[in-house]
Design a protein around this ligand. Structure first.
Ligand code: ADP
Ligand code: MG
Length: 383
């Protein structure tokens, strides 16, 4: 049996994605909540033509009812989604291309950044009625993989983990912290559950359960704020026939719901949460340092400074298609968080990732069905 492994260097996931393999940056504005309206908030964000974000000149002064005027600022992103945008549109614009890439054997990463309450979990997980990017991506993967698999022999595996207080935990099997180690696929969490999924229906329930296992702590900012970074990894594998060869394609999609990016100052500084806040900041700070180093084209990128950046190493600087969704609130009460998020997102636009590579195994085509079954078994043994 001849099994050749080839790593093919290919271009960006979609030819019409401008600027090649730089990170794609999107902004999503959520609707104003009733609570914010009742607190006297005004809208301080305007989206123009699905591109431009205009942060208007209202800032909270000292109490919740007085505003001072400050100069407005324009930001421009790949796409900016106004309040009423449907989950499906967000998925199609931000992530569908990456799913297509995964099916071609390339890795992809989407991460949501923003303050607590800005809409990260809604965008990523969503609700049963309005499922988010995680669920829509898996649904799309299942649909396409079944269409394209030449022998019905395909698999979709899920892993769901959190980084909290510089500790990595399995959200599908809560227990002892996991240890990170390097292998040829990059940084992996040893012993992490790889759940084989068979249908989209079971995925929502599984992820909701996983999300309930996420570490949340009551803080002054938001009673149920998520203090952890949650990472869903989806590995899809299937086989296609191509000019007499049997190709095994493997692609990984990472979907990341980051912890709230607001400053630790807004939370209780004197208790456990100040240590925790420092660690959340450490991860996000490390992420910012890596982004700065990547933007400046530095040789050394400080991935090792936090668990989060160790896990994101492949996604930021590696051969991967990467998308960032910055979530913002329209409320003048969240002006400074929104301003920080937009500055951060603006900076992230400058990151260039390495050219995407294809993970593909080429096998000589067997002549009969019996041989084909044998081949599949042998490939499984090798894996
Ligand atoms: P985060 O994860 O950033 O802390 P959430 O996703 O939990 O924020 O959103 C906070 C609240 O706002 C939730 O009640 C959520 O349902 C609601 N929400 C967020 N984004 C949207 C949206 N685009 N449309 C409708 N409701 C939203
Ligand atoms: Mg959340």
């Amino acid at each position: 049996m001849v099994v050749k492994t080839k790593k093919m260097v290919v271009g960006p996931v979609s030819e019409n994605r401008e600027n090649g393999s730089r990170i794609m940056v999107f902004v999503r504005l959520r609707p104003m909540s009733r609570k914010e309206k009742e607190a006297g908030a005004r809208s301080c964000v305007k989206i123009v033509d699905h591109k431009e974000v205009y942060l208007t000149g209202f800032a909270l002064e000292t109490d919740y009812l007085r505003f001072k005027r400050i100069q407005g600022r324009h930001f421009c992103f790949d796409t900016s989604f106004p309040e009423p945008t449907a989950q499906q549109e967000v998925y199609t614009t931000t992530t569908a291309d990456l799913v297509e890439g995964v099916l071609q054997g390339r890795n992809g990463t989407v991460f949501c950044y923003g303050a607590t309450g800005a809409g990260k979990t809604y965008t990523m997980l969503g609700t049963v009625e309005n499922p988010g990017v995680m669920v829509l991506a898996i649904k799309d993967l299942f649909f396409k993989i079944r269409q394209r698999s030449c022998d019905g022999n395909h698999s979709v595996h899920l892993s769901y983990l959190e980084v909290y207080n510089e500790t990595v935990r399995d959200l599908l099997a809560p227990g002892r912290p996991l240890v990170l180690r390097e292998d040829k696929q990059g940084t992996v969490a040893a012993g992490l559950t790889q759940y084989r999924a068979y249908s989209t229906d079971e995925v929502m329930a599984l992820l909701q359960q996983g999300n309930m296992n996420r570490t949340t702590e009551p803080t002054r900012v938001n009673e149920t704020s998520s203090r952890s970074h949650a990472i869903l990894q989806v590995v899809a594998e299937y086989r296609v026939k191509d000019s007499g060869n049997l190709l095994t394609r493997v692609g990984k999609l990472s979907l990341i719901d980051l912890a709230g990016s607001e400053r630790a100052l807004a939370t209780d500084q004197r208790t456990q949460r100040s240590i925790e806040g420092a660690n959340i900041n450490r991860s996000l700070l490390a992420l910012s340092s890596c982004i700065n180093a990547l933007v400046e084209g530095k040789k050394h990128i400080p991935y090792r400074n936090s668990k989060l950046t160790q896990l994101l190493k492949d996604s930021l600087g590696g051969p991967c298609n990467t998308v960032m969704i910055a979530n913002i609130s329209p409320s003048s009460l969240s002006f400074s968080e929104t301003q920080n998020t937009l500055h951060w997102a603006d900076r992230a636009k400058e990151i260039k990732t390495k050219t995407s590579t294809m993970n593909e195994e080429v096998t000589l085509m067997p002549e009969s069905e019996t041989d084909q079954t044998k081949l599949v078994l042998e490939l499984q043994k090798e894996n």
